[in-house]
Write a protein of this length. Sequence first.
Length: 277
Amino acid sequence: MQPIQIGAALMVADLPRYRDWLIAGQRDLEIQDFLLPGVLTGDWQGRVAAAKDQLDGFSGRLGIHGPFYDLVLDMEDIEIAPIVARRFETGVAAAAALGAAQMVIHSPFTTWDWFNFGNNPRTGNSPSDFEAKIARVAALLAPAIARAEAEGITLVIENIEDIDPAQRRLLAQHLASDAVRLSIDTGHAHYAHHATGAPPVDYFIHDAGAMLAHIHLQDADGFADRHWPPGRGTINWHAVFAAIAALPQRPHLVLELRDSADIPAAMAWLEREGLAC
């Protein structure tokens, strides 16, 4: 297997340190400022302008991380749901202004869901709790999806607590839009594997298949969401990169580390293993 080129997920403030590295290889890049509470309700245009100032000469694949704090995709409260919907639509607007091709959003599926779908005998489980959840997500995301389709942006749904990777895939397929695909966070999948019985990370990749458009690369120990550089935790990285290599497409591939200063160490380890460049 040939080493696969990867990039990084960074805050705008980190761009000066890694700008030359990113541009030299025209690597994948994800700007993460837009996930922070308050950014999309404030001067997000200023963040876009600051990022653009640092990205002169960059022509690699570009995405953003969308908002997620306290924003539930299957919100049932009829007063709060429109606020959540607007926040995601604003995220798409920010991505378009930046010239990004993707926006990461978080999966609505929880550990509680996994153990309780179908546990509703009073209604005969029809429609099932799973089907009802998908319907709520579709309704809430409809404005953001329409805006994403118009702007040529793809919303990529990232696993968070997901135990069964097929549920997120079925959600994306139900949304029935070329502007919706899947994202995998390797550390989240590894945590779910150890803590709640999910399959290993490479199984998540195989299940997503042609729907997979984005991957957060981070290592963990299976106990918590560490965001360590690859090689520090216990993920089977050879299996992960073999699964990536077997895909019919090349997803955006970005290191998402708790400390961006660990990027050189992460790259050195992956290069020594012959996995990435």
